[in-house]
Design a protein around this ligand. Structure first.
Ligand code: SF4
Length: 294
């Protein structure tokens, strides 16, 4: 059997950067650190950070005066940032630069007097933060049916949730354009997400089975699973390497592995070790990807 690991598997640029910033804070002895929401949608990483003094809190009300709060890669709204500042907390901002760019574009669209439209999932924390930059007129659209039938009464500006499916984004934009003559589009989909998805499709077509490793609550991991399953029905989504059951390898010649953007390399290694325990002669290929600088 051959195991092929997708080139973009493992942490994305934004998560690597966030973990590096947090590790620096831990090394400087600045713990405890509080993260507003789960740092990333990966339980393995969250549990490991907890052991080192990094705790998740569910509500901004739980933040105590004078504590140190991490803003995660998804970012937060300006209003939430204001509340934190009023509480006199030290803010460690790990908002991914690509999310920051999307937030500032929404703000610019609003300042230009246009209607900001965010194509994304309304319940996603990144989108919630972006809505905050767009003000009362901001609209979230996740499918064609969300578009107001009577169209828009002024110019609109569109951005995308960074981890949104590019195909779905294009289709929604096409429908919106039928309802608005004045539209400006900023494709803010993250390039690592695009490459990860493309690479996963390629691998799904070549393999007899795919494993997508990553958090069950991770939007980009779930999207990756949907995409892989479309091209390779024999696809499994596993939250952790320990969920792997060797029985599924029966009759498989080529196994493809891809991961969400918040899956650490050590989880990939743990999965590979479990596969090797089952089959000593397994051939492992890790495809070379682009080396993102952080
Ligand atoms: S998936 Fe892209 S936008 Fe999201 S944190 Fe990673 S690099 Fe940033």
């Amino acid at each position: 059997m051959k195991v092929i690991i997708a080139s973009e598997a493992g942490f994305c640029f934004g998560v690597k950067r966030a973990i590096k910033i947090i590790n620096n804070e831990i090394e400087k002895g600045n713990t405890p650190l509080y993260v507003y929401g789960e740092l990333i949608h990966n339980k393995v990483v969250v549990e490991d950070l907890e052991k080192r003094g990094v705790y998740s809190i569910d509500s901004i009300d739980e933040v105590e005066e004078g504590s140190t709060v991490i803003i995660r890669t998804h970012g937060i709204s300006p209003k939430e940032e204001e509340i934190l500042k009023k509480k006199n907390v030290k803010i460690v901002d790990t908002t991914c630069p690509l999310v920051k760019k999307a937030q500032l574009l929404v703000e610019r669209i609003k300042k230009e007097g246009k209607i900001p439209i965010i194509i994304g999932k309304p319940e996603h924390p990144e989108v919630k933060g972006e809505i905050g930059y767009g003000g009362k007129e901001a609209i979230v659209i996740s499918k064609g049916e969300d578009i107001p039938l009577d169209g828009f009464n002024k110019e609109i500006g569109i951005i995308a949730q960074t981890t949104f499916n590019p195909e779905k984004f294009k289709n929604i934009v096409k429908i919106i354009k039928k309802h608005s003559t004045k539209t400006i589009i900023y494709d803010t989909i993250c390039y690592t997400t695009v490459m990860r998805q493309k690479d996963t499709i390629k691998l799904a077509k070549e393999s007899d089975m795919m494993i997508i490793l990553g958090g069950k609550h991770s939007s980009n991991t779930r999207t990756l699973y949907e995409i892989a399953k479309k091209y390779q029905p024999n696809t499994y989504h596993m939250e952790r390497a320990e969920n792997f059951n060797p029985e599924i390898l029966e009759g498989v010649n080529i196994l493809g592995i891809s991961t969400g953007a918040s899956t650490p390399d050590y989880e990939i290694d743990a999965l590979v070790d479990l596969i090797k325990n089952h089959d000593n002669n397994v051939e492992i290929e890790r495809r070379e990807g682009y080396k993102w600088e952080i």
